[in-house]
Design a protein around this ligand. Structure first.
Ligand code: NAD
Length: 452
C-alpha cells in the first residue's frame, strides 16, 4: 500500500489534501530519469536554455496568485509574503536565465600553447527544501542549477509540498523537457537520504536544520559528493544609543516575527546599548502589541500561525522556562497560534538566548559599548545574518565587518536579494546561494591546455 501524508492548513488545523509519499523506488526512478535527461539539457544551445527559463518565469508569473493561495493554505503565510515568494521564484528564473550565455571561462597565459577553463555542469543535482519558505528556497536551488546545465530532483518538506509540486507542473507547461526538473515529495529519511547516497546525484543542495545538515555533510563525504548547506541562525539586531530609536523599535518586530519567527534570518536577539535600553523597550512594546496576528486568508494579516502542532509545542517549551516581558495577540480556537512574545535576558547561558527557537519569540539584552555588542553578537555557534542600527556610518560599517555572519544590514533588516550572495558563517552553513556566482556552484571548473 502506498504511504500517504495529509497536508494540514496550520491556521485552522483542517486537512487540505492527502498525498502519496514517494518511496525509495520512486526516488531512484526520478534520479535515473534526471540522469538520462542530462546530456540533452547540457547540450542545448545556451540561448535556448535561457529562453526556456524565461518562459518558465512567465508561466510562474501567470500563476502567481494561484501559487500564493496554495502557500497561504499550506504554510499559513500571509498574502503579502506568499505573493512576494511566488514573485521571487519568477525573478530568480529571469535573473539566472541570463547565466547560460555568460558561463565564462578564462584564458590564462602559459608557455607553449593556450590554456582555457570551462564551467561544466555536474549532472543531477538534489535540492532538499525546508517548510518555512517552500517556494523561494526551491527556486534558489533549481534556477541557477538548471541555468548551469544540470538536471534537478527536488524534495519539498513533508509539511509543505504543494507549491513545489505545482512549480514542477508549470515547468513542463513552460516547455522544459521532461525530467529536467522533477519534484519528489516524500520523507527526508527516504527521499532526502537517497539524494545523499545515490551515486548518480552529483551535488546536494540542502536547506534546513543544522542537525540534519551535519548528517547530510557526513553522508556526502562517503562519495566526496558536493554539498551546499543553508542551516539555522540566531541573529542579532544591534541597536546603538545614537540610532533613530523610533525607527529601530518600529521595525524590530518585523525582523523577527515575520513568518511567525520561522525564518533562518530572524533577528531573534536584540542587543540594545544600555543608555537607550529602557526607551527602546518602551517603544518596542506598542509595536509588538500592534502587530496584526490574524488568519492569513485576511489580506491585512501581518503574522500567521506556526507551521504545525509540533512546532508550537517546541516554541512553547522555551516560553515556559522564562517570564514574558510583554506579548502581542493571537487568534484563539484551532490552528497553531502563538502571540509574538518579548523576553528580557541577563544571562547569556539562557536557552532562549542561545538556541534557534524558530517561533515568534525575541530575547532582548543590554550591552555596554561597541566591543561588548560585537562580542555578544558573536557568542553563538551560528552566523547567518544580523542588523545594526546607528547614525554613525563608520560604526555601522565597522560592526558589520566585525560580526561573524554572512548577511548584515545597517539601518535595515534586509537579508535576501536574489542578485546578492546569501549564506552562513560557522554552523549556519557552507557555501553561498544567490547572487551572480550561484550558477558556478553547480559546475566543475575544467582546465584545458592546447599545445601550439
Ligand atoms: P529539517 O532539517 O528538519 O528539514 C529540512 C528538509 O530536510 C526537509 O525537506 C526534510 O524532509 C529533509 N530531511 C530531514 N531529514 C533528512 C535526512 N536524514 N536526509 C535528507 N533530508 C532530510 O528542517 P525544517 O524543520 O524543515 O526547517 C527549519 C530549519 O531550516 C531551521 O533550522 C532553519 O533555520 C533552517 N533554514 C535555513 C535557511 C538558510 O538559508 N540558512 C533557510 C530556511 C530554513
Amino acid at each position: 500500500m502506498t504511504a500517504t501524508h495529509v497536508v494540514i492548513n496550520p491556521a485552522t488545523a483542517a486537512p487540505v489534501v492527502e498525498l502519496p509519499l514517494a518511496s525509495l523506488a520512486d526516488a531512484d526512478a526520478a534520479i535515473e530519469a534526471a540522469h538520462a535527461a542530462f546530456p540533452a539539457w547540457r547540450a542545448m544551445p545556451p540561448g535556448e536554455r535561457a529562453a526556456l527559463l524565461r518562459r518558465f518565469a512567465a508561466v510562474v508569473d501567470a500563476h502567481l496568485d494561484e501559487l500564493a493561495e496554495l502557500e497561504v493554505r499550506n504554510a499559513g503565510h500571509t498574502w503579502g509574503n506568499a505573493r512576494w515568494e511566488a514573485g521571487n521564484v519568477r525573478d530568480c528564473l529571469n535573473y539566472y536565465a541570463g547565466a547560460p550565455e555568460r558561463l565564462f571561462g578564462r584564458q590564462i597565459p602559459v608557455p607553449g600553447g593556450v590554456d582555457v577553463t570551462f564551467h561544466e555542469p555536474l549532472g543531477v543535482v538534489g535540492v532538499i527544501v525546508p517548510w518555512n519558505f517552500p517556494m523561494p528556497i526551491a527556486g534558489w536551488g533549481f534556477a541557477p542549477a538548471l541555468a548551469a546545465g544540470n538536471t534537478v530532483v527536488l524534495k519539498p518538506a513533508e509539511l509543505t509540498p504543494l507549491t513545489a509540486i505545482r512549480l514542477g507542473e508549470l515547468a513542463l507547461e513552460a516547455g522544459l523537457p521532461e525530467h529536467v526538473l522533477t519534484i519528489v515529495a516524500g520523507k527526508g529519511s527516504v527521499v532526502g537520504e537517497r539524494f545523499v547516497t545515490h551515486p548518480l546525484v552529483q551535488k546536494v543542495c540542502f536547506t534546513g536544520s543544522t542537525e540534519v545538515g551535519k548528517r547530510i555533510m557526513a553522508g556526502c563525504a562517503e562519495q566526496v559528493k558536493k554539498v551546499t548547506l543553508e542551516l539555522g541562525g540566531k541573529s542579532s539586531n544591534i541597536v546603538f544609543a545614537d540610532a533613530d530609536i523610533d525607527a529601530a523599535a518600529a521595525s524590530a518586530p518585523y525582523a523577527v516575527f515575520d513568518n511567525a519567527g520561522q525564518d533562518c534570518c530572524a533577528r531573534s536577539r536584540i542587543l540594545v546599548e544600555r543608555s537607550a535600553y529602557d526607551e527602546f523597550l518602551s517603544k518596542l512594546q506598542p509595536a509588538v502589541e500592534g502587530l496584526r496576528v490574524l488568519d492569513p486568508s485576511d489580506e491585512s494579516s501581518e503574522m500567521g500561525p506556526l507551521i504545525s502542532a509540533g512546532q508550537k509545542a517546541s516554541v512553547s517549551e522555551y516560553l515556559d522556562e522564562v517570564d514574558v516581558a510583554f506579548a502581542g495577540s493571537a487568534p484563539g480556537g484551532p490552528g497553531f497560534w502563538l502571540p509574538p512574545s518579548v523576553v528580557t535576558v541577563d544571562d547569556p547561558a539562557t536557552r532562549i538566548w542561545r538556541e534557534e527557537v524558530f517561533g515568534p519569540v525575541v530575547a532582548v539584552m543590554p550591552f555596554d559599548d561597541e566591543a561588548d555588542a560585537v562580542a555578544k553578537a558573536n557568542d553563538t555557534e551560528y552566523g547567518l545574518s544580523g542588523s545594526i542600527f546607528t547614525t554613525d556610518l563608520g560604526r555601522g560599517l565597522r560592526v558589520a565587518r566585525a560580526v561573524e555572519a554572512g548577511n548584515l544590514s545597517v539601518n535595515s533588516h534586509s537579508s535576501v536579494r536574489y542578485w546578492t550572495p546569501f549564506g552562513g558563517y560557522k554552523q549556519s552553513g557552507l557555501g553561498r546561494e544567490l547572487g551572480p556566482d550561484a550558477p558556478m556552484a553547480f559546475t566543475e571548473e575544467k582546465n584545458v591546455f592546447i599545445a601550439h
